[in-house]
Design a protein around this ligand. Structure first.
Ligand code: NIG
Ligand code: FE
Length: 419
């Protein structure tokens, strides 16, 4: 059995055995901090925590790794609830096109974008996709990510969607991070279905979904509901079909336009609605009455130079907000949640504590991991970050582009150690 004791922690954040499943609105201002604390891990589980002066000590010291966290902050590893981490190739040629003035939508209209990624993925083997994605996950752990949702959606054919989902399934088995899988066949219409959209919707609902359900290849179902992509009616048909197979909706909505997709997705029982760069009062009203997580993706806003989601307005209206990286080759080519943390504070005016809640407890909820991840609690997964010596949590997002994490523990193992 492996044992880790972290002692003399100056601030242990988000700890408590009775934290809510997620936090909404003003609750996101609470940090659930304990000063001068210890935390004990056995194998992959948190087995004890408390104040140093109440610590009973260790009777059996054999094999215990002791970490002194004086002047350090300790908190749960980040939970990245929206990523497209499996992809075949980067798309920096589109990046240059955008520098020259084309928009994301204009690039997609001329065959770039998601269809560009699909073309590249069709000719890439499962093994190659696996190795590249594994490397990306390894890098993400170094910036503190301990759980990640990964979507398909660069296949857009039965075979290629299954290929992507099988890569995710293998990552689930072989990678120390906790991984959730989302079927995003409805990411874009393949060229051959441009004038037969219903034909592609049928392919998703009648051919892809039965195989995916049979082989248990997905936990969630997604749809990119947006002008020039899937309409609200098409999204509804796809999500309803997914629900028949037990897949819970988590959707891309309101990235560029407001179409009533938020209300519809909430009504369909979506666990999260993601992007929300554009939002209106009806969307907010639907969210504040629901347990649906509003997931904002500031890396995408930054990279595409589109508006940032209005986190403040959402929180003022008692909505629960999560933050995720959206890691993908087209609109957010970074899985580094420390960047996301900084952007949320700098560009969206989230306080460091609000952003930390959005990256941990709320991110965990948005991927169905509320009971085990994104919190320091007895029995929770041993996914823990230990900062470098810092005076306040704010130092982490403040030092943008820097990594002030000294140690990262994922699944009970120290995967980053700069101490
Ligand atoms: O979340 N908006 C849709 N999907 C991705 C981008 C996909 C791509 O450009 O490859 C996103 O931003
Ligand atoms: Fe996305």
């Amino acid at each position: 059995m492996s044992k880790i004791l972290i002692k003399n922690i100056s601030n242990l954040l988000l700890c408590g055995d009775h934290l809510p499943g997620f936090k909404r609105g003003r609750e996101m201002q609470t940090d659930n901090a304990m000063q001068d604390a210890y935390l004990a891990i056995e194998d992959d589980v948190i087995v004890a925590y408390g104040k140093m002066d109440e610590w009973a000590g260790i009777t059996d010291w054999r094999g215990v790794t002791i970490i002194d966290a004086e002047n350090r902050f300790v908190f749960p590893a980040f939970c990245d609830s929206h990523t497209h981490t499996v992809f075949a190739a980067t798309r920096e040629e589109e990046f240059e096109d955008r520098i020259k003035g084309l928009t994301y939508e204009e690039i997609a209209a001329k065959g770039g974008g998601i269809l560009n990624s699909a073309k590249k993925l069709a000719n890439t083997s499962e093994q190659t996709l696996f190795e590249a994605a594994k490397q990306r996950l390894d890098d993400m752990m170094l910036s503190g990510t301990g759980a990640v949702e990964i979507k398909s959606g660069y296949g857009l054919s039965l075979d290629a969607e299954i290929k992507m989902l099988k890569v995710i399934q293998r990552l689930k088995k072989e990678h120390p991070m906790t991984i959730k899988s989302t079927f995003l066949g409805a990411h874009a219409f393949p060229t051959e279905y441009k004038s037969n959209q219903q034909g592609y919707v049928n392919l998703i609902t009648k051919e892809m979904l039965p195989v995916i359900a049979e082989e248990k290849l997905a936990d969630y179902i997604d749809c990119f509901c947006e002008r020039n992509y899937f309409s609200v009616a098409q999204m509804t048909e796809i999500l309803e079909a997914g629900k028949q197979y037990g897949l819970i909706p988590k959707v891309h909505v309101n990235q560029f336009s407001i179409m009533g997709a938020v209300q519809k997705a909430v009504a369909l029982g979506a666990l999260s609605v993601d992007h929300l760069e554009e939002i209106d009062d009806a969307d907010i009203a639907a969210l504040q009455e629901s347990n649906c997580m509003a997931t904002l993706l500031p890396g995408c806003s930054f990279f595409l130079s589109i508006p940032f989601g209005n986190a403040k307005k959402l929180m003022e209206n008692n909505v629960a907000v999560a933050l995720a990286s959206d890691f993908n080759p087209g609109s957010a080519p970074s899985g580094n949640l420390l960047n996301t943390f900084s952007l949320a504070c700098i560009k969206m005016k989230m306080t460091p504590v609000e952003a930390l809640n959005a990256l941990t407890i709320n991110g965990a909820y948005a991927m169905g991991l509320a009971s085990s991840h994104g919190r320091i609690a007895l029995g929770a997964k041993a996914n823990v970050i230990i900062s470098k010596p810092i005076g306040s949590l704010a130092r982490i997002p403040y030092s943008f582009g820097e990594n002030n994490l000294e140690k990262v523990i994922i699944n009970g193992a120290i995967v980053k150690d700069e101490g």
